[in-house]
Design a protein around this ligand. Structure first.
Ligand SMILES: Nc1nc2c(c(=O)[nH]1)N[C@H]1C(S)=C(S)[C@@H](COP(=O)(O)OP(=O)(O)OC[C@H]3O[C@@H](n4cnc5c(=O)[nH]c(N)nc54)[C@H](O)[C@@H]3O)O[C@H]1N2
Ligand SMILES: Nc1nc2c(c(=O)[nH]1)N[C@H]1C(S)=C(S)[C@@H](COP(=O)(O)OP(=O)(O)OC[C@H]3O[C@@H](n4cnc5c(=O)[nH]c(N)nc54)[C@H](O)[C@@H]3O)O[C@H]1N2
Ligand SMILES: [Mo]
Length: 757
């Protein structure tokens, strides 16, 4: 919190509004009941029990003995978000003549929720140049058009992907692109955890979490930074509750007090937690948005002053630690405090908890990665972990909390512009040819290249490249300069209606994870490889349904492009063969080659570190000096406001998710837990409102550097002064933001806006 109080009672007392007093709780049960008892309830239960990884986040639920188990085979590990995600895939198909009836101009009027509610895609459609609508097309013609579109110069071909598809589909995608000579493998992780991957690789030589679920159960302190886990990773909440139960400490770092991080009522513990809730935060730090590096520098300074530094560990297992310590010593307290806006006392409390705990886990999400200094944020966290020796032992370490359910698998499968040389060489051996080393485009670079008319063909394996990007006017215009765009999707979204190519735009319908006619695999955020059973689609019996699996589609395309090359591409329509190639070429994934015979799911070796030996050239972890962030704000004049503006304030928006959405797909209006009744709201601190002369519920205009939103309702909440919150994708219309050049990730969490009326 902004003042120096820290006790839980203070936190609870400060939330005296009619808003909910805890996260989770009975509304979650209500939602379960509503969905599971309605007409589709049977189908929903069947899907929940299906043995496949949950669609929602990368926490990795959906175990060996059915859909409710986690990686430790604990039961009752499905959350309401899982139900939400499944229910949306269980919708009926869009009616056969739908696209004939509506023009794109009409479809462009739909909002995200309305677009999703149209239903499942079940037959391929195309929007041709100079036509005003999509029309149905045969799969034969699809392949003809797509094959032609791919016969272009390789650097003008690109793909974008989203982490819902399987490892097998991801592997095929990158193999196809690289075999054609293109490294333009943009991925949603560019907008998400790329800074974690880039930063952790430099420090530890490994870019994923080093903490397993088992480790988490042994830790006695968790530092949770920039994560709204109650909404986005609800299963993590059970681990937090258990940690508090065994006397452990939880430190939250977040400019906004998320009620579920103060108190959470977990349906997994009906007696102990569901009715009265469980305490989560032991200490809640509310820094200025984008100042996390300063928070950690401050914590490091206290650790140093109190001799809570593990010098033996530093000497034996790390490099460049002297520089980091020298920097911390040289920093003045007043500069640290001015930058992060957190008092020294509050930093001392946090540092003491970290310094006196035995096994600390540092976990983070988008509040850390979506900043222009994101990689420094990561370094400041890894430095804190290393200074206290909380790395390379059981129950401790660094844990990026991954987003999409298989986004990490996409990275492992080589869908990245930063492919490890070892994998590149293995792929060259497989394909018996040398592959291009030209740096590919990540998501932002792809939009920029498209805007310069340098892309002819874009294949999107899932996702919504249009609405996930900042500055939607630019995104639309850039995509409009691409000749052919192919969207492989399960459901319609804003991108299909706004992200139209110059010539042909195709939407190709595919099975969702639990519907594939074959087994697939996925990788969780904690490095666990899950084998997903084959399933069936509720749409398959319907007349006119022409769904296909992603693996089949990509292998068919590769076969038509390459014929019988050194690889028998067509045979890769059977994912068992794809798994053989993965086993041959992806380090530490060897066990996937036997998974069909053994059914043995596995943790990927050499990623969870229980000894302080790291896959870096020296075997030691490397530390990096982290500069204090420079957090200037543009002045009001630069917003070019109307001359009759009476009330105005410049705030920093953290743009993110409401409780009821999955990324660009909105399931429900409003956010119950934050007291926001609909999506056109701005959550701000009452002091900021007072300063500008606003009243709560007043309607205002919010203007960024690329557009404005009108009639936005002010909602007051426990957010740091100077910070505010709005929801994407809608808010992505009003701003462009800088990226962290080291990883390409946009500063979605530090968007300067003028709020005025
Ligand atoms: N139900 C559901 N689950 C999801 C998703 C979903 O949309 N819906 N999306 C999935 C994906 S792809 C991802 S990446 C994850 C996203 O999961 P999160 O990262 O939890 O989601 P965000 O909404 O981006 O918000 C992150 C938090 O960062 C805080 N924050 C903002 N600015 C700062 C800052 O400067 N410093 C700090 N310390 N905190 C800050 C916000 O207040 C917010 O609590 O969730 C995954 N799971
Ligand atoms: N302002 C702002 N912008 C952000 C963020 C933010 O916090 N703030 N977060 C960023 C982050 S972390 C991310 S990850 C991106 C998300 O960006 P994306 O991953 O590109 O977007 P999603 O909304 O998850 O994509 C949803 C679509 O995926 C398709 N889909 C669902 N399941 C499947 C499947 O199994 N197969 C296939 N082929 N398609 C499927 C459906 O058609 C659905 O409409 O957004 C980024 N943009
Ligand atoms: Mo994400």
């Amino acid at each position: 919190m902004a003042d120096s109080t820290s006790s839980e009672t203070a936190i609870a007392n400060s939330l005296g509004s009619p808003k909910p007093e805890m996260g989770g709780g009975l509304p979650v049960i209500g939602y379960w009941a509503e969905k599971t008892l309605d007409l589709k309830g049977g189908l929903l239960w069947k899907t929940l029990l299906h043995k496949s990884a949950c669609l929602s986040c990368a926490w990795g639920t959906g175990g060996q003995k059915g859909g409710f188990q986690n990686e430790d085979e604990e039961n009752l590990q499905r959350c309401a978000k899982s139900v939400e995600a499944i229910a949306s895939e269980l919708m009926e198909a869009i009616p056969p003549h739908f696209f004939e009836r509506f023009t794109l101009a009409e479809l462009q009027n739909l909002n995200s929720m309305e677009a999703d509610r149209l239903g499942r895609l079940s037959f391929p459609v195309i929007k041709r140049a100079h036509r005003d609508r999509y029309e149905r097309i045969s799969w034969d013609e699809v392949y003809e058009i797509v094959v032609r579109a791919f016969q272009k110069s390789p650097e003008r071909l690109a793909s974008y992907s989203s982490g819902r598809s399987s490892n097998e589909a991801a592997y095929l995608l990158q193999l196809l692109m690289r075999s054609l000579g293109s490294n333009n493998l943009a991925d949603c992780s560019d907008l998400c955890h790329a800074p974690s991957t880039v930063g952790l690789n430099q420090v530890f030589g490994s870019g994923t979490s080093m903490v397993s679920l088992g480790d988490l159960k042994q830790s006695d302190c968790i530092v949770l930074i920039g994560s709204n886990a109650p909404a986005n990773h609800p299963r993590l909440m059970n681990e937090l509750i258990k940690l508090r139960d065994r006397g452990g400490k939880i430190i939250i770092v977040n400019p906004l007090i998320e009620i579920g991080l103060v108190k959470f009522a977990s349906p997994a513990y009906p007696i102990k937690s569901l009715l009265k809730g469980s305490d989560i935060a032991s200490h809640y730090i509310q820094p200025i948005s984008g100042s996390d590096t300063a928070v950690f520098l401050g914590i490091q300074k206290v650790l140093l002053e109190n001799n809570w530094i593990d010098y033996d560990f530093l000497r034996q297992y790390t490099e460049e630690w002297e520089e980091v310590i020298a920097q911390v010593q040289s920093l003045a307290w007043e500069d640290i405090i001015r930058t992060c806006g957190v008092s020294r006392e509050e930093l001392e409390i946090a540092a003491e908890m970290i310094g006196t705990s035995q096994r600390v886990v540092f976990a983070w999400a988008m509040g850390i990665t979506q900043h222009s200094n994101a990689v420094d944020n990561i370094f400041s966290i890894t430095n804190t972990a290393l200074l206290t020796g909380n790395v390379g032992k059981e129950g401790a370490g660094t844990m990026p909390i991954r987003g999409h359910s298989n986004v990490q698998g996409f990275g492992s499968m080589g869908v990245t512009i930063r492919l490890k040389e070892e994998i590149m060489q293995a792929l060259e051996k497989l394909l018996q040819r040398s592959l291009s080393r030209k740096m590919g485009y990540d998501t932002r670079a792809l939009i920029e290249a498209s805007d310069r008319s340098e892309i002819d063909t874009l294949l999107c394996l899932g996702g919504n490249i249009y609405a996930a990007n900042p500055n939607l006017t630019q995104a639309k215009c850039a995509l409009g300069k691409i000749e052919t765009i192919i969207y492989i999707s399960t459901k319609p979204n804003l991108g299909h209606f706004h992200g139209l190519a110059q010539k042909d735009t195709l939407i190709l319908p595919v099975f969702a994870r639990f519907e594939n006619p074959h087994k697939t695999t996925t990788e969780s955020g904690n490095n666990f490889v899950r084998l997903n059973d084959e399933g069936a689609s509720h749409l398959s019996q319907k007349e006119g349904t022409e769904l296909i699996s992603e693996v089949e589609l990509l292998a068919e395309l590769a076969d038509r492009l390459h014929g019988n090359d050194v690889i028998n591409w067509r045979s890769l329509q059977d994912p068992q063969y794809v798994r053989q190639l993965i086993a041959q070429t992806i380090p530490n994934y060897e066990k996937i080659g036997e998974i069909d015979a053994t059914n043995q799911e596995f943790t990927i070796p050499d990623r969870i570190f229980h000894t302080p030996k790291f896959p870096t050239p020296s075997g030691k972890a490397k530390m990096f000096v982290t500069p204090l962030p420079q957090l200037e704000l543009p002045d009001i004049a630069s917003f070019d406001l109307p001359t009759d503006t009476a009330q105005v304030i410049v705030l920093v928006l953290g743009t993110g998710r409401s409780y009821s959405q999955h990324n660009t797909v909105v399931y429900k209006d409003g956010d119950y837990y934050r007291g926001m009744p609909h999506r056109n709201c701005i959550l701000m601190n009452p002091m900021d409102g007072d300063r500008a002369g606003f009243q709560e519920h007043q309607r205002v205009t919010v203007k960024g550097n690329a557009g404005k939103m009108e009639q936005v309702e002010i909602i007051y909440g426990q957010i740091r002064e100077g910070s505010a919150l709005m929801f994407y994708p809608e808010v992505n219309t009003i701003f462009s933001v800088p990226i962290d050049e080291r990883c390409g990730t946009p500063a979605f969490k530090r968007v300067p806006v003028a709020v005025y009326s």
